[in-house]
Design a protein around this ligand. Structure first.
Ligand SMILES: Cc1ncc(COP(=O)(O)O)c(C=O)c1O
Length: 393
């Protein structure tokens, strides 16, 4: 099978990831922080080493305790959004309904919690548009902010169009305009392929999955919370120590880490970060940029194919959305799967507002997402298959 659905989760994972997960479970599989014995201490060391590696990876190495583990990108985003709302209510500054700015490019993991909060009257929500190529404008984001804006929640990259957003410029605008407004960035589609520097981009809260380009197992993710941000725990429970405390302890990371860690996942994530360090983020990015360029050229040469979003390999990750004249996207996905052994993702990609913005709602589009293990032959196989499909319409 030619796997071109890496935006959903990367596959395959590096061999070292499986080795690390298996070794951890066979040698140290105790519960970190839940017991003074040596196995628990060893498991804790692995968890803390992963936390530090993640913190350094996004330039938050001076405050590793403010990187907390989550179960996936969605979990991290819910922890961020609901934790903020809860904190606003605790500090009593909700006499003016808090205003939130978001965009049409968001995944449902951002849109749905925000829409529900807006429907419940808890927040007022503004959704800004992207330009014709799928980029957000820092000026448009800033113009949408009001004196009541407490949160700007945006994706670093569209999971449909692959467009990487100018988060440093947006971060500067949010800080300039917003006083204490929090800048939340969803790095699901960039972490592990694009450099992320939370200090330089003035990102207050960064949410990310561990199972995409970070190469960890499904069930992993994380959240960075800057020291200036007050985030209430959304999931409360056991933290191992401090059991006399009637409520969740206030200090990080325990504040946001109720419950047993996904240690096998965290061990895999540590090895994923090791793989990226050994391979080099630049080398990963260059490989994917070269391949996406090849794919864009291959698809552009097929009559009847419409590529959505930019046609160049700059300012994007290796995700391409396209439509084939005469076919519903689901049909193209099914034909590729059953007749060509190629895995892509058709439909709305959990991003309905993006498809509305690019005119592909409600059918959606076909999305091919490449990864570090994708080859030239994989890309050519897709372009050839699409040429055959288009010719048969
Ligand atoms: C932009 C974006 N945000 C959030 C998510 C949710 O991540 P997860 O599937 O790990 O919950 C995804 C998943 O595809 C995504 O692409």
């Amino acid at each position: 099978m030619t796997y071109l659905d890496n935006a959903a989760t990367t596959f395959p994972k590096p061999r070292t990831v499986h080795d690390a997960a298996s070794t951890f479970m066979q040698t140290l599989g105790a519960n970190p922080g839940r017991g003074g014995h040596r196995l628990a201490a060893g498991a804790s060391r692995m968890v803390e080493a992963t936390r530090l590696a993640l913190a350094r990876f996004v330039n938050a190495g001076s405050t590793p305790e403010r990187v907390v583990f989550a179960h996936n990108g969605t979990d991290a985003l819910n922890m961020a959004i609901k934790g903020l709302v809860h904190a606003w209510h605790r500090d009593g500054r909700t006499h003016v309904v808090p205003h939130v700015v978001t965009s049409v490019l968001e995944h449902n993991s951002v849109s749905r919690p925000l829409e529900q909060l807006a429907a419940d009257g808890v927040i007022a929500l503004t959704r800004v548009d992207c330009d014709a190529d799928g980029y957000l404008s820092p000026g448009v984001v800033a113009a949408a902010m009001t004196p009541a804006t407490r949160l700007v929640a945006l994706t670093h990259c569209s999971n449909v169009l692959g467009t990487v957003q100018p988060i440093a410029e947006i971060g500067a605008k949010v800080r300039e305009r917003g006083g204490d407004a929090v800048f939340l960035v969803d790095a699901a589609q960039t972490i592990g392929v694009e450099p992320i520097d939370v200090e330089a981009a003035q990102v207050d809260v960064l949410a990310f999955p561990g199972h995409k380009a970070l190469m960890g197992y499904p069930g992993t993710g994380g959240l960075y919370v800057a020291p200036r941000v007050e985030l209430a725990p959304w999931r409360e429970g056991g933290t191992g120590g401090d059991s006399k405390h009637p409520v969740q302890p206030g200090e990080y990371p325990h504040r946001l880490e109720g419950g047993t860690h996904n240690t096998i996942g965290i061990a895999s994530l540590k090895a994923g970060l090791g793989f990226i360090a050994a391979t080099g983020l630049d080398a990963i990015r260059q490989h994917e940029t070269r391949l996406v360029s090849r794919l864009l050229d291959g698809l552009a040469a097929v009559p009847g194919v419409t590529i959505h979003g930019p046609r160049t390999a700059q300012r994007r990750v290796a995700t391409v959305a396209f439509s084939v004249k005469g076919y519903a996207s689901q049909d193209v996905g099914a034909i590729l799967d059953t007749s060509f052994d190629i895995a892509v993702r058709p439909g709305l990609h959990c991003a309905p507002y993006c498809h509305q913005a690019i005119g592909t709602y409600p059918d959606g589009a076909v999305r091919a997402s490449l990864g570090y293990f994708t080859t030239d032959a994989d890309v050519d196989a897709l372009a050839d298959a699409i040429a055959q499909v288009a010719a048969a319409s």
